[in-house]
Design a protein around this ligand. Sequence first.
Ligand code: NDP
Ligand code: MG
Length: 387
Amino acid sequence: MQKKIVILGSTGSIGTQTLDVVGRNKDIQVAGLAAYSNIDLLEEQIIAFKPQVVCVMLPEKATLLEERLKVKQIHTEVISGEEGLVTLATLESADMIVTAVVGMIGLLPTLAAIKAGKTIALANKETLVTAGELVMRSAKENKVGILPVDSEHSAIFQALRGNEHKSVSKLILTASGGPFRTYTKEQLEQVTVEAALKHPNWAMGSKITIDSASLMNKGLEVIEAKYLFDVEPSQIDVIVHKESIIHSMVEYVDGSTIAQLGQPDMRHPIAYALYYPERTDASYIKSLDFASIGTLSFEAPKKNLFPCLQFAYDALEIGGTMPAVLNAANEVVVASFLNKQIRFLDIPKIIHMVMEKHICINRPTLEDILGCDEWAREYSRKKVTEL
Ligand code: NDP
Ligand code: MG
């Protein structure tokens, strides 16, 4: 039977690449799509993939899209808002939910999808950072698979196959280092939004591109890895590998290290999650030409210049609601940086202030997490205006 998927965030970088993979293979059916406001692109996707239902977060845009579809006599149902996202995430006919929205808005739909027994192809890392323990516990209880889409986690997932969990000694996450890898503190003080949006190896949405420049992306990935693969934070290392050819590695107790390599093209890990446990043809992506690559390089991350990475380890060590607070503060400051309200180095500065102020709740419930997320957003906004 044909697999049926729903893509939350279909108009974004991961969403469009997921549809690219689906469109090339033509053996997966798209049951639902969701976007925030980009109804022009969503309409094109509806025409190409004929989903049964779509969700547009903004109600006025949803109404507009509904009118357009009516004129064209297209019978896709249009729903809206956060409840709409949850409806899509639990759609009866869907087998798999691809969570490709940006930010912790992905949390509640993901939890709902897990409860409804849907396999999750997880791109939305903020979900696991905010509520990793709850999400993984619920996945276990509901016997639901969480398949990583993030390239590092897909690499680790692949390198773990066929090996016992107890024989893992270390997960080694690779990082490109971002556009400011070689910058001094003085140079970092001057960086512009435009420069931060130019990632050397990957074309991604604006939030994750800024996270890559501050190394917060790697910090979020450390937290994501801890929950996905159930290891201690001390077992997760980060190494800067500017070529982005090795997507991550697993070191085993016998000293062997298994790496996964490939072009820096997200369609690789997307296809792996969509077709898991099988592999599918992706010859439309150039294979690696090792002779022309020549050298692969590695260096330690500069945690003093890019403190966001250390903040993530700190948040994991403190535990409880701290990772959710780190994530919420980061979402606010990145949006403020993109709006040119603060400078690049204000990103770690404010996150640090918010983490310092937070009174952590241990073993939090979902309500505790949502409450702390809200508090952290408000406090971060206050700090943004005070700077
Ligand atoms: P984009 O900004 O490119 O796309 C985000 C998508 O989510 C769009 O479809 C957008 O709709 C929708 N969206 C945004 N805000 C909301 C909201 N409040 N409610 C509902 N939908 C919303 O992001 P990316 O594709 O780059 O990233 C998506 C997720 O995947 C992130 O969590 C990111 O960290 C993760 N990821 C991304 C990678 C990449 O290569 N891009 C790699 C690894 C992980 P609209 O277009 O209408 O605004
Ligand atoms: Mg990644």
